[in-house]
Design a protein around this ligand. Sequence first.
Ligand code: GCW
Length: 681
Amino acid sequence: SIEDGLSAWLRYAPLPADLQKSYKSHSKIIALSSSKTSPIHTAGKELQDGIRRILNQEIDVTSSFQPDTPSPIIIGTVSSYAAVGGKIQDVPELKEDGFFLTTKGESVLILGENERGALYGTFEYLSVLAQGNFEEVAYATNPSGKIRWVNEWDNLDGSIERGYAGKSFFFKDGKVLQDLTRAAQYARLLASIRINGIVVNNVNAHCSLLNDENMAGLGRIADKMRPFGLRIGVALYFDSPRELGGLPTSDPLDPAVRAWWNDITSKLYKHVPDLLGFTIKANSEGQPGPLTYGRTLADGANMFARALKPHGDGLVMYRAFVYNHHLDESDLKNDRANAAVEYFAHLDAEFDENVIVQVKFGAIDFQVREPVNPLLANLRKTKAVIEFQICQEYMGQQSHVVYMAPLWKTILDFDLRIDGKPSLVRDVLSGERLHWSKSGYTAVVNVGNDTTWLGNHLAMSNLYAYGRLCWNPQADPVAMVQDWTRLTFGLNKTVVDTITKISMESWPAYEGYSGNLGIQTLCDIIYTHYGPSPGSMDGNGWGQWTRADANGLGMDRTVATGTGNAGQYPEEVAAMYEHIETTPDDLLLWFHHVPYSHRLKSGKTVIQHFYDAHYVGSATAQTFPTQWQALRSLIDDHRFEHVAFRLKYQAGHSIVWRDAVNRFYNAKCGIPDEKNRVGNY
Ligand code: GCW
């Protein structure tokens, strides 16, 4: 039903009656909240509602602590619990946003390091109840990433850049919407996966966000988010001083410009006292920025950082996505993948302490496979967050099912060997490896007002898994999708096994038919980023090139003969990517230009691998509709049909992909398919 879509993994479907009976009842929820807008107040209500729906039990909530309450569920912070005389000697030391949960004995105790943590613990408790798991537990858990944000690319006119699920539920006609019901529902979902920040507008920002009416509107959005422990940030348009303020320049070193931003920032804080900060896309894809005024990127970032500084802990998320999108392809040394390191590495010591560089996971742009962005190995003092993308811009745009947790894991588990030492990306992002005080994660989500949020019920496992990975980047993609499935579709084993199988097969299948061996997603590159169009990748200034001709393909990114990109990695990684023999097959064409007849480690030639992988990937996608049929009558018809339709579409579109890509390369190189499938029509 529509309700199922909106509540996503927070459906709280009733458990079977026998299971319900085996739950040890509690007399009361004691939520030690300081106010009605406190996340602990939210937690109390959420738990009451969840227990009613999952277990069919009524339970009262109170905010006052009575020590003699029999078998209560207590929700509080460690300090608020101690203040009412609770025993906290067994509670381990917690980090910011962490929580302690114990169900041992008669009562349940959920204590957060802060109020947000207590809400997270409550959602955790509900998540295990909803999965019919009443096992006694006692543990503390803390986040890996301090920064666990999402970005929405919502425009003020209500459209969403790269959004595939309807219109914005924040903005319309240049203003913040009056009815923010969906925004609050979204905040609830985000809180349940422990996201603590949301940047509500497109990084291609508009200056009218900062007019008086919209600043008040941002205040209303923040009010909706606060009870869920979520703070909001905004993306800013660099030239606002000129375009909104009427100043002659937006030069970041000009005192009048700085005064203008200081004033705007003070006004914003009046409406949003807990503002997260600013996200800046500048000197990128036609956006103005400090370079426009002859200043450095650090000059630009620090201007915002200093405007935020007097108000508290506000951060500048300065996006590293700075590159020339009019790059000349005829120069074999040109490489968009080099841009981030070239623009940012030498500024490592120049950024203020409250600037964080926001780095897309790969050096190009959310492709089906990319190596880790080398900028993450070139910063020491400057702190960073990684940027993932939950909307599937290059990944089938939610019309294809692609579960991306396995892709993200290949990035997070990669060892960058910074200074010759173990440097897993996840340990860089946690701040441990380089002793950063603040760092972590963000992801572009682009949910819309569609009742499925992302346009496809199955796409929501990506949002769910993203939140879990920010907290614990070692979480297992299989376990995450199983949990998500139980919460979203129910406990039936066939349902869980089928959705898990389709999900785990989906990224390899998509890679099989959309872009092999590190060649990138071979989609239309000029505008839609959808559907097969290998020919569109070259002959333009965007720099997402394949350099395919009659003899070979791939980018030579070696130091010896190519763009030098391999050399942007630390020594050991650079040596691996420099040589064809040591470059893994799945990134071969990212780093090397080779003939179609080049033999892979698998023994196949590159072209035969292309042919075969496209057939295998498409064949896998063609099993999805059949696999899904097993779920008829095991889940509700509404969601069954919704997904069935999309999987059928994906199966067909995978054939289009397969044939378009195979025929394109077959025509380019003229080498026949050993199995005689391609070109025989
Ligand atoms: O992937 C590209 C998108 C643009 C987007 C840009 C960015 C918001 O195609 O639509 O702009 O990335 O990340 O800034």
